[in-house]
Design a protein around this ligand. Structure first.
Ligand code: HEC
Ligand code: HEC
Ligand code: HEC
Ligand code: HEC
Length: 430
């Protein structure tokens, strides 16, 4: 089954030359930046600070060996299921003489195969458009970037971190494209010459389109027969991990007689207690993002959320039906959000939407709170970059975000009421 996702197979049949061929000291492996338009120290940043450089090496560690053993695999570092996400695992005939699998997620896993014609052209200083026409992936485009990141940070029809992999000991995976581009950390700077060479997309649009594409992809995975069921149960990785993974004592009162960690109802799900909840965090974010594009689409997304939860309590057929509709809304959302102008009022609207929903108790599930926190961080940063808030305003808002960050710092000690209180304070201070 082939999904209609954009990006990866740009020049799928070209050879990958290996990180060393990009990272030599004459090219992207310089220590200090020079007069070139790009930093030229990208290799150093990647190798020193980027966990993609160690993605393969973690497969050699005891915890990976244990995951592999639990899954009945001979080892992790040779298992296709692990390598597809933890390395640039292209077919043997596509590995050039300098290609080293142990280099993990290298330059070409994101930027595209180096043996494609863009390589020679870009060394000669060809313009970006021409490089892109010759196989360089235009990662500045959020749709293309999502296609690349989400292969591994959410999955696709050939690589997916199922609940069995989680159960074997794999950490939970979460993603938000704009924040994660920053966390990576970025090995590029958006300055005047970057703006001349490439189309710059602000962080709010990157966040919003990232959410739409995560929703679309989650729906594709849900519709796919490959991950339909596992024995009696549906694939549990689609559900909210913390709905099941709570100690039973979390329903008991604390010493003040309050129930801070017990099940909390949430508007807009139609679900009662004791029900595994579909992980709808990206759908909740998209609902808010769509408020920037128009009220009809918000309404469609709210209906989708309800239908997904209802479907999850009815039958696989009802779930697939709801997923197909949601997918259509998400696809339309990508187009609407790509066309929308992101002025100060629009960005502010998204921020206020997140805060209002947070105060109203829509983010009492950990994954929604985590997503909302990353979204707020992204929007504040984007407003600073766009000059919509000044240095002092940015400092003040960042300081006010401290409690919000603290409330989501540990998923296993998440207290919904603390999150709501932190967002309420933020709201009052704004
Ligand atoms: C769908 C892609 C995918 C698959 C399949 C996958 N992983 Fe991962 N793995 C990730 C991502 C993404 C992270 C980082 C999660 C995060 O921090 O957000 C990760 C993190 C890890 C970590 C923790 C690394 C750290 O620095 O803390 C280990 C260990 C690990 N994976 C081992 C494995 C093993 C062993 C397999 C094969 C059984 C495997 N993974 C399969 C995507 C995947
Ligand atoms: C996990 C994905 C990923 C990996 C791995 C990666 N990059 Fe990037 N890179 C990006 C993204 C995203 C951007 C920003 C969008 C853009 O300008 O293309 C970027 C931008 C760049 C730029 C453009 C800077 C500019 O001013 O135009 C260069 C050069 C670059 N990367 C080189 C490298 C090199 C060399 C490596 C390997 C050592 C590497 N990248 C590894 C994702 C990646
Ligand atoms: C080929 C698979 C693959 C692709 C493509 C990929 N990643 Fe990753 N990424 C991983 C794996 C695996 C890890 C975990 C590595 C580890 O911890 O050792 C990871 C880790 C990260 C981390 C660190 C997370 C943490 O919790 O510390 C960030 C940030 C990140 N990726 C961002 C991105 C972005 C942004 C893109 C797209 C531009 C991207 N990645 C593309 C596989 C991938
Ligand atoms: C519908 C309930 C449910 C959901 C949702 C769920 N799990 Fe599980 N999980 C289970 C069950 C049942 C087991 C098996 C427990 C056992 O073996 O005793 C399990 C086992 C695990 C284990 C192994 C625990 C151990 O003691 O070794 C991990 C880790 C895990 N799940 C992670 C996750 C993650 C991450 C998610 C979200 C992506 C998730 N689970 C979603 C029910 C769930």
């Amino acid at each position: 089954m082939v999904f209609g996702w954009l990006a990866p197979p740009a020049m799928a049949q070209d050879v990958h030359l290996g990180v060393k061929s990009c990272g030599s000291s004459g090219c992207h492996g310089q220590v200090a930046s020079s007069s070139s338009p790009v930093l030229l120290n990208e290799y150093v940043t990647w190798q020193k600070y980027d966990s993609h450089a160690t993605a393969y090496k973690v497969l050699m560690e005891p915890r990976s060996q244990r995951i592999a053993k639990n899954l009945g695999l001979p080892n992790a570092h040779e298992a296709k299921i692990c390598l597809d996400c933890h390395a640039d695992n292209v077919a043997a005939e596509l590995r050039g003489p300098q290609f080293v699998l142990a280099d993990g997620v290298g330059c070409e896993a994101c930027h595209g195969a180096g043996a494609a014609p863009w390589m020679g052209l870009h060394i000669g200083g060809s313009p970006h458009d021409q490089n892109v026409q010759n196989g360089l992936r235009p990662l500045e485009d959020p749709i293309v970037r999502a296609g690349v990141c989400l292969q591994c940070h959410l999955g696709d029809d050939s690589q997916f971190a199922t609940h069995r992999i989680m159960g074997a000991g794999h950490p939970r995976i979460s993603f938000e494209m704009d924040s994660f581009t920053d966390f990576q950390p970025a090995h590029f700077v958006i300055d005047d010459d970057y703006r001349e060479r490439k189309k710059v997309v602000d962080g709010v649009r990157t966040w919003a389109i990232g959410q739409a594409l995560m929703v679309e992809r989650r729906m594709d995975l849900l519709i796919s027969t490959k991950y339909a069921t596992d024995g009696l149960f549906p694939e549990l990785a689609f559900f909210d991990c913390h709905a099941c993974h709570q100690p039973m004592s979390s329903a008991l009162p604390d010493k003040n007689g309050d129930f801070p960690t017990a099940w909390t109802p949430r508007p807009g799900t139609g679900l009662g207690p004791g029900v595994p909840k579909f992980n709808d965090a990206n759908m909740l974010m998209l609902e808010i993002a769509l408020d920037m594009a128009g009220p009809e689409m918000v309404e469609a997304m709210s209906q989708n959320i309800l239908a997904i939860h209802k479907g999850s309590q009815t039958s696989r057929a009802a779930m697939v039906e709801a997923a197909k509709k949601t997918k259509a809304t998400a696809r339309a959302a990508v187009n609407a959000l790509a066309a929308k102008e992101m002025d100060a009022a629009t960005m502010k609207k998204a921020m206020e939407g997140l805060i209002a929903r947070g105060v109203d108790g829509y983010f009492v599930d950990y994954e929604a709170a985590e997503q909302s926190t990353m979204a707020l961080g992204s929007i504040i940063e984007a407003m600073r970059v766009a000059g919509y808030i000044d240095g002092a305003g940015y400092k003040r808002m960042s300081a006010m975000m401290e409690d919000v960050y603290n409330a989501v710092a540990d998923d296993e000690r998440f207290v919904p009421s603390k999150y709501v209180a932190a967002v309420r304070e933020l709201s009052a201070a704004l």
